[in-house]
Design a protein around this ligand. Sequence first.
Ligand code: GDP
Ligand code: IMO
Ligand code: MG
Length: 424
Amino acid sequence: MQVDVLLGMQWGDEGKGKIVDVLTPKYDIIARFQGGPNAGHTLEFDGKKFVLHTIPSGIFHEGTMNLIGNGVVIDPVTLRKEIDNLITQNVPYTERLLISRKAHLILPTHRLLDAASEAAKGKDKIGSTLKGIGPTYMDKTGRNGLRIGDIETPKFQAKYNALKEKHLQMLERLNYKVEGLAEMEEAWMSAIEFMQDIPFVNSEYYINNALNEGKKILAEGAQGSLLDIDFGSYPFVTSSNTICAGACTGLGIAPNKIGEVYGIFKAYCTRVGSGPFPTELFDSTGQKLRDIGHEYGATTGRPRRCGWLDMVALKYAVMLNGVTKLIMTKADVLNDFETIEVCTGYEVRGEYTEEFPYDHSDEAIKTVTKKVEGWNGDLSASAPLPKALEDYIDYIEGETNCDIAIVSLGPDRTQTMVRDTQLA
Ligand code: GDP
Ligand code: IMO
Ligand code: MG
């Protein structure tokens, strides 16, 4: 058996949560491999809406295990809130959720360091979600981190104290006024106690044993390829490898165990936070996309920046991830457009290129676009897609050399058109 991977092709919020939920009945295990509560994955079904930050998006299905992998960073307080939501829905989470012992913990002081670091950057700030992601991954690679498995050892409190002290010294150097830490620590320690209902596992063995037993596994990415720490629009990125390779390191799976790679993208583009976005629309068309697409962050509520589909970026993401099947979401948001635009290339200082440049924030980047006919009508999962949308799909498939297996036509589970017969 192999592990399939589903990940974002753009700057996050492509609809990963919705599609993982749709695909979950085909899998025994859904495993998150990176990121933390900077993610917000939205699921809608039976007239209800849920936003998950740390918990994999298969949690609402009976018979599927959900693993928070070693590559994830966990804030116990956020996790507890997510679980409280599950409890109100009578989801038996202790039977469906596992946490890797090697996942790292986000401390209250990591969040303060995130805020201090962003404040110090001033106008050059990353636009972080301020969930403590960057500082936690820094401690991981700096070999100072506190891990889930440490909770089970007698040294936990001492390790916590040592790391907190180090952080307080750093905050002092940054002239950051620490307020409310005692309350934050109290909630954090209480959440650590609360979490111990959930089994902690040696997840690399769990996953590989499951594979050997013939179990079907889907790895769920967070963020998107253009926020990848190595290949995204650095430094305006997150602090983990969001691309497919991250599923290997974030779960302990060998590269030859990767099966299908589902690359999910919106029919247009959005970005939340700072950083380059060549196809961004600052006019009423951008506002129209934001209004119709309800483009406001699921984690922070910030308005998302909106623009046309960027084929340079999409082809780059297909290449980096070895995408085998594409999934297009939010096609319905474009229902009401006479024409749509697509960015086919960039012009950088007079030179045409279809490569994602080294410095994506180079102000000299100009987009080369082409106009595409809009479908200008409603879409339904039970009716054939309009010709103009089929043409849009053909164009994207031709350019990326990759089939679009699913087209999502609305936020609900049922608003999904599966074009790939293997997935039907
Ligand atoms: P994720 O982070 O990739 O899981 O995506 P988010 O949940 O942050 O953002 C996607 C938003 O679009 C959520 O509000 C979803 O409910 C919604 N959504 C997902 N697919 C579709 C779709 O096909 N059409 C529309 N209109 N909304 C969608
Ligand atoms: P999902 O999984 C969209 C963005 C932030 C910021 C940058 C760094 O829901 O797609 P960080 O908190 O990591 O320090 O933020 O990355 N960002 C996301 N944007 N969707 C996400 O996750 C994101 N997670 C982080 O807005 O620009
Ligand atoms: Mg999101």
